[in-house]
Write a protein that binds this ligand. Structure first.
Ligand SMILES: Cc1cc2nc3c(=O)[nH]c(=O)nc-3n(C[C@H](O)[C@H](O)[C@H](O)COP(=O)(O)OP(=O)(O)OC[C@H]3O[C@@H](n4cnc5c(N)ncnc54)[C@H](O)[C@@H]3O)c2cc1C
Ligand code: SF4
Ligand code: SF4
Ligand code: SF4
Length: 502
């Protein structure tokens, strides 16, 4: 069997590696449990019908190549002192720096590499309530080194994501259920179930789950070495930051803030840059979001506006396979999931049709029942009368069908938020192509962060087409400083994820 698998590998990026080293690395790679489990379950996978035979071999091939690359990276790092990710990417020249960085993170998770964290304290001057004060700030430095491995060391086996759910850190994004090759996982906004009889223990769900292991250090390092990007510790890599508002009156009627998300989606659909969009609309139960696939601009406006309850949006991605190009709208944990799915296990995304990721800023979301209790207990109001909810200026605000609006301090509603949001460090959707939120911009406007060339291009095109009025975020108040500050608070308060077996 191993022989067959070695023949399958046909990556052309191993030029320059000695044939002996490449052969050794490939033989080690095909011993990887994930590759073996995937290969051995070929019959069940094809019977499930989610992936075609051609796709199956394409994924298998990519998984073998990526694992071979990791084994070569591991060999190159043996005997070296602890190094920063950027330093490792410079030393190992056989592969692109972003591949080397993601390989180190995966090797760490597989048990080969140790992460050394050094904490330094520095004094900075900060303006607090108009007065300049000296404040102590902690700085974290992450270095990576190959472990001294005992004889007979066995690479770590990735368990199915029930370990994430049982540890109460699952953000219910639904990505694992779309990825699972044998449809063993069912995710809703508050449950996750794995059919043990169907699960083939491949650990693919673990590899792509945003809550299994963090990609924060990899994301930061990749952004830092990408010279075309600006970099901020709190909002990560970006091309430009804008403040923007839709020019379309129809969108103004239904939008949450600047109506930028709906305007961008309309631009993508109208110009056939995508065939469909994955977003959320109100379900039959008002204020309960329901993930939907939208093909027609006329249905798009039903998705506009923020529903503060969470939805397992990514669980419907596997229903988009008939479309060549799609855009996905989601909160930061979902963007993180999509990024992880494109980095691991192979660098070949399972859904190549995802062309655009539109991320929303998000401080927290609420369980649906939590939203209902919040409206009832904090506002003594029937939720059927609520036409819009908003978080702005440190307040949770509801707008009623009578035209009246009511608000309570945000701190008073924090206890209704989802427990698992406390493990989330990302406010501004670091892994989107374009991130959109209200913090930093005036009412009726959105703050927009373009994260890469693709995001910047479509944003500029939508502005040029007259759909969006745009300014630099530097030219509005409170602007980027407030956004950076709140993003920093979210990172600082984020709890570490510790996965525990039942
Ligand atoms: C749970 C949640 C918390 C948020 N918290 C903050 C915050 O703390 N600070 C901040 O600045 N901004 C926050 N936002 C983003 C903000 O509310 C707006 O979504 C954003 O400013 C875009 O506004 P817009 O007018 O451009 O969007 P619109 O054009 O109105 O489009 C809204 C889009 O949001 C999507 N959407 C709505 N609800 C959900 C949901 N539950 N899950 C996934 N997608 C959804 C819809 O599909 C639609 O495509 C949050 C959004 C959500 C969903
Ligand atoms: S992929 Fe998403 S839904 Fe699945 S376990 Fe991880 S966080 Fe939960
Ligand atoms: S549940 Fe996870 S481990 Fe089990 S088959 Fe699906 S992806 Fe693989
Ligand atoms: S706070 Fe984080 S985990 Fe919670 S919904 Fe927002 S992005 Fe997801």
């Amino acid at each position: 069997m191993v022989g067959n698998m070695v023949q399958i590998s046909k990556n052309l990026n191993f030029n320059g590696i000695s044939p002996r080293n490449l052969m050794d690395a490939t033989y080690k790679a095909v011993e990887n449990f994930q590759i073996r489990a995937f290969f051995e379950a070929k019959g069940e996978i094809l019977e499930t019908g989610k992936y075609s035979e051609e796709e199956f071999y394409e994924f298998l091939d990519a998984m073998i190549d990526a694992e071979t690359e990791r084994k070569l990276v591991l060999e190159s790092l043996k005997g070296k002192e602890p190094l920063f990710l950027e330093e490792i990417a410079k030393i190992i020249k056989d592969f692109p720096p972003e591949n080397v960085i993601r390989d180190v993170i995966y090797l760490k998770e597989q048990g080969y590499i140790e992460e050394h964290i050094e904490i330094k304290t520095k004094t900075v001057i900060k303006k607090i309530k108009g007065e300049e004060k000296e404040v102590e700030e902690k700085e974290y430095f992450y270095r990576y080194q190959v472990k001294d491995l005992p004889d007979g060391f066995i690479e770590r086996f990735f368990e199915p994501v029930s370990i994430v759910f049982d540890s109460e850190v699952c953000c219910q994004c639904g990505w694992c259920s779309s990825i699972c090759p044998v449809n063993a996982i069912t995710v809703t906004a508050d449950t996750l179930e794995i059919d043990d009889a169907t699960c083939m223990k491949c650990g693919l769900c673990y590899s792509v789950c945003p809550r299994s292991f963090s990609i924060e250090q990899a994301g930061k390092s990749i952004s830092k070495i990408e010279k075309s990007l600006k970099f901020s510790e709190n909002i990560n890599g970006y091309v430009n930051a804008y403040s923007a508002s839709t020019t379309k009156d129809d969108i103004k009627k239904v939008r949450q803030d600047g109506g930028i998300v709906t305007s961008l989606l309309e631009y993508l659909l109208e110009n056939k840059l995508v065939d469909a969009i994955v977003a959320v609309k109100h379900s039959e139960e008002l204020w309960k979001p329901e993930p939907v696939i939208i093909e027609d601009v006329k249905d798009l406006y039903k998705t506009s506006g923020t529903k503060y309850a969470n939805a397992s949006t990514l669980s419907i991605i596997d229903g988009t396979k008939k479309f060549d190009n799609i855009a996905v709208v989601g909160v930061p944990c979902m963007m993180n999931a999509l990024e992880k799915g494109s980095l691991f296990p192979s660098g070949l995304p399972f859904f190549k049709n995802i062309k655009y990721r539109i991320g929303l800023f998000c401080m927290e979301s609420f369980p649906y029942e939590g939203v209902l209790s919040l409206i009832k207990e904090q506002f003594e109001t029937d939720f059927q009368k609520v036409t819009k909810m908003d978080i702005s200026g440190g307040k949770f605000i509801i707008y009623l069908d009578s035209g009246e609006d009511l608000n309570v301090p945000l701190n008073d509603v924090k206890s209704y938020a989802r427990h698992n949001c406390h493990y989330c460090e990302d406010l501004t959707a670091d892994y989107a192509d374009i991130s959109v939120g209200s913090i930093g911009s005036p009412s009726g406007w959105s703050s927009v962060i373009t994260r890469n060339k693709k995001g910047e291009k479509i944003y500029k095109e939508a502005v040029k087409a007259g759909l969006i009025e745009s300014k630099s975020l530097k030219d509005v108040k409170p602007g980027q400083p407030l956004l950076e500050r709140i993003a920093g608070i979210k990172r600082k308060n984020c709890k570490p994820i510790i996965l525990q077996k039942e």
